[in-house]
Design a protein around this ligand. Sequence first.
Ligand SMILES: NC(=O)C1=CN([C@@H]2O[C@H](COP(=O)(O)OP(=O)(O)OC[C@H]3O[C@@H](n4cnc5c(N)ncnc54)[C@H](OP(=O)(O)O)[C@@H]3O)[C@@H](O)[C@H]2O)C=CC1
Ligand SMILES: CC[C@](O)(C(C)=O)C(=O)O
Ligand SMILES: [Mg+2]
Ligand SMILES: [Mg+2]
Length: 331
Amino acid sequence: MIYDDDADLTLLDGKTVAILGYGSQGHAHAQNLKDSGVNVVVGLRSDSSSVAQAQGHGFEVLSIADAASQGDIVMILLPDEKHGEVWNAEIKDGIAEGNLLLFGHGFSVHYGEIEPPAGVDVALAAPKGPGHLVRRQYTEGSGVPGLVAIHKNETGKARDLALAYAKGIGCTRGGVIETTFKDETETDLFGEQAVLCGGASELVQAGFDTLVEAGYDPRMAYFECLHELKLIVDLMYEKGLAGMRYSISNTAEYGDYTRGKRVITDETRENMRQILKEIQDGDFAREWIAENRAGQENFLRMRDEQSKTQVETVGKELRAQMDWIKTDFED
Ligand SMILES: NC(=O)C1=CN([C@@H]2O[C@H](COP(=O)(O)OP(=O)(O)OC[C@H]3O[C@@H](n4cnc5c(N)ncnc54)[C@H](OP(=O)(O)O)[C@@H]3O)[C@@H](O)[C@H]2O)C=CC1
Ligand SMILES: CC[C@](O)(C(C)=O)C(=O)O
Ligand SMILES: [Mg+2]
Ligand SMILES: [Mg+2]
């Protein structure tokens, strides 16, 4: 594990870091680095809705192409599915030999959407958490753990610079693991599909639907299957599974041991292996790239459908009464 004392932030002194994109990760990296004393410029397209926000946070906002050529370190925090087209049109010509090209996730390099030129260092600094929490935890004095990987180290300085960057965004506070682009990409995709996003969302939805179909109050179903999940996961996060089980009743703990495996069955585990295989052999990447080339029709339809479900409408009403819950993403 690599922690704060193992990384040297002064390596970024005198350098300009260009953050391309100001979304979930971009706004967090840019602000955390600035608060760590690093000189940052932000690259955005001229019609981006985030230009005013980035300027309001005190950043010089340039075009993507200008930021890419100004940066000694260029971090690409654009959506993975856009990397190829934006790289070819606006980034690649501006990356000078000896500079460091960084990614927040290895998708586009690992699956060949981007082929970085010779003479350029290429690495990733990938926080293991959503960008808004990368920012929030940094301001609270803690930090989201991260992964660092080196794809090309032409100057011999890529590793130390990537670690300095990881320190600047707060990741070395939580701990950084050095890995490869392949392993970062495959584990990240697996985690978000099978456990953190796909798995957890379907678990919540299925639990909610089961109670509502059986005639229970949807508000009770929401509290039971979504709201309380955060409180249980907080205990796992702080104390592990056994620590969570210490805090719940013996009745719940017995139900956990005897019923959990009926929900996550051998078939579910086999499906997880299949999902991992599709990631490893590139099937998922090909499917997602094709979906984008076809205009994201399925993706946008699913986003729309999923935002209108009963668990969403009920939850919105209930959360509105809890003024300690942050309901927007303003930072
Ligand atoms: N979301 C997360 O928490 C995590 C993300 N990552 C990785 O970080 C990277 C960024 O993801 P994320 O922060 O979610 O991205 P977002 O979708 O939140 O933000 C993307 C940014 O790119 C801009 N953008 C979008 N399309 C284009 C385009 N065609 N040309 C120029 N600019 C564009 C957007 O601005 P606008 O559209 O206004 O121009 C926005 O500023 C990805 O590689 C992702 O895998 C890694 C860990 C976690
Ligand atoms: C879990 C989803 C994630 O991988 C992340 C926040 O780490 C992402 O791609 O957004
Ligand atoms: Mg992730
Ligand atoms: Mg991811």
